[in-house]
Design a protein around this ligand. Structure first.
Ligand SMILES: [Zn+2]
Ligand SMILES: [Zn+2]
Length: 119
């Protein structure tokens, strides 16, 4: 049994259309990517439940597939919701909501700043 699965290094996008292999990133670029992954991980994740959504039909605009019971969804600060896997992949390429184009990082940073100020 020969499984020749060449593991491709993940491709990260510094800006839309500017993809770079992870081993080709400069230190500064690695920090930028790490910050972005950190921001993404702060976005809320929930499980889709038909009962909780009260019969509304929700479709992920990235993959055009309706949510089904138990799907993992991620909500953006603009309240748009997508499959977690779809939006995580999307945010690595473009850090803006695919529906309303609102930049995710600006909103998040504002949220962090205001919650820090409340302390
Ligand atoms: Zn999707
Ligand atoms: Zn949005």
């Amino acid at each position: 049994q020969q499984q020749q699965q060449q593991q491709q290094p993940p491709l990260y996008y510094l800006a839309p259309g500017v993809g770079r292999r992870v081993d080709q990133l400069s230190e500064e670029e690695q920090i930028k990517i790490a910050k972005r992954i950190g921001l993404i991980s702060h976005l809320p994740v929930r499980l889709f439940s038909e009962a909780a959504e009260q019969g509304k039909n929700y479709e992920c605009v990235i993959c055009m597939v309706d949510y089904v019971e138990g799907d993992r969804l991620r909500s953006l600060p603009c309240t748009h919701t997508y499959h977690k896997d779809c939006i995580d992949d999307w945010l690595m390429r473009s850090f803006a909501c695919p529906s309303c184009n609102q930049p995710v990082d600006a909103t998040l940073l504002t949220t962090f700043a205001s919650s820090a100020a409340n302390h």
